[in-house]
Design a binder for this molecule. Structure first.
Ligand SMILES: NC(=O)c1ccc[n+]([C@@H]2O[C@H](COP(=O)([O-])OP(=O)(O)OC[C@H]3O[C@@H](n4cnc5c(N)ncnc54)[C@H](OP(=O)(O)O)[C@@H]3O)[C@@H](O)[C@H]2O)c1
Length: 281
């Protein structure tokens, strides 16, 4: 009988552990990151965890987030949570779980780029416009609305949204590719700028940031004969000619965190490069 009680107690503790989000370390800021399982999002989680921040690292599919789970295992200040930014149910479930918890930096990182061919004139996939807007524009708005009170209750009060230089109308040059991606990121810029104006009275800073052209597909480390990752194919000539610079995720995120550190209300609503220089709309 006592063995049974002991087993029940362990089971209860395990369930309680599962049900309650990790508590923040005293005096350390908290970040919530969307799409933290790979690429730039994973690098944000890695660098913020190394700084000692409490990191709520979200992903659509925690069971498959091998690298992120390894990070959380190595760093007790990282908690992996499920989040699909296109789903009301998913976003509100996480918001309920973290109700009352200050979030210093809400990092809207998750996005959808998809195959270039479906985004070229002549072979446009129109369903991809809807999908791109759902993930790249509406998704970050849904997450931001759900976690606004958390951000407002924090010390840093920052919404840090990853946009793209590809969203800039003034910067469009040949080859004019990625129609749905570009349009959805331009819509995101409008939403975030609008949000910045709306949130000014609450002292919340909204940054709209281009991370640079970042090697999230292993272009820089590919061996001779390895195929070029599909997403980068349209920009490979510009990369190879030196016209475009491909950055490592480490350098991009280091730059963006320096920008996050110096975020002030004066920068709110601006469209900025990872190094803080303004970009044309
Ligand atoms: N890499 C670049 O050169 C570059 C340039 C300009 C701007 N950006 C922007 O920087 C950010 C990060 O880029 P990246 O290259 O690291 O992207 P990535 O490697 O393509 O990763 C995208 C992330 O978003 C997640 N995601 C997609 N749909 C989602 C959904 N519905 N709900 C939650 N998560 C979702 C993905 O999760 P799954 O693994 O489950 O798919 C993944 O974690 C994006 O906003 C991107 O537009 C990147």
């Amino acid at each position: 009988m006592s063995r049974l009680l002991h087993a029940l107690r362990i089971l209860t503790l395990a369930l309680v552990g599962l049900a309650s989000p990790a508590l923040p370390a005293a005096d350390q800021p908290t970040a919530l990151i969307t799409g933290a399982n790979r690429g730039i999002g994973l690098e944000f989680a890695t660098q913020l965890a190394a700084r000692g921040w409490t990191v709520i690292a979200t992903t659509r599919n925690p069971a498959e987030a091998t690298a992120l789970n390894a990070l959380a295992k190595a760093r007790p200040n990282v908690t992996v949570e499920p989040l699909d930014i296109t789903s009301d149910a998913s976003v509100s479930a996480l918001a309920v779980r973290y109700r009352g918890r200050p979030i210093d930096a809400l990092i809207n990182n998750a996005a959808l780029l998809e195959r270039p061919r479906a985004q070229l004139l002549g072979t446009l996939d129109f369903a991809l416009f809807e999908k791109s807007f759902a993930v790249n524009a509406t998704g970050p708005m849904r997450v931001t609305q759900a976690f606004l009170d958390n951000v407002a209750a924090s010390r840093r009060k920052t919404v840090f949204t990853l946009s793209s230089a590809a969203a800039s109308i003034q910067m469009v040059t040949p080859p004019a590719v990625y129609y749905p991606y570009r349009a959805s990121k331009a819509a995101l810029n409008m939403l975030m700028h609008n949000l910045a104006v709306d949130l000014k009275p609450r002292g919340i800073t909204v940054l709209i940031v281009n991370p640079g052209l970042v090697d999230t597909r292993g272009v820089l480390t590919r061996k001779p004969g390895d195929p070029i990752p599909e997403e980068f194919a349209p920009v490979m000539p510009a990369i190879e000619s030196g016209q475009l610079k491909l950055m490592t995720t480490t350098d991009s995120v280091t730059g963006m965190l320096a920008l996050l550190d110096r975020a002030t209300p004066e920068l709110s609503g601006q469209f900025l490069n990872f190094d803080g220089t303004p970009l044309p709309w």
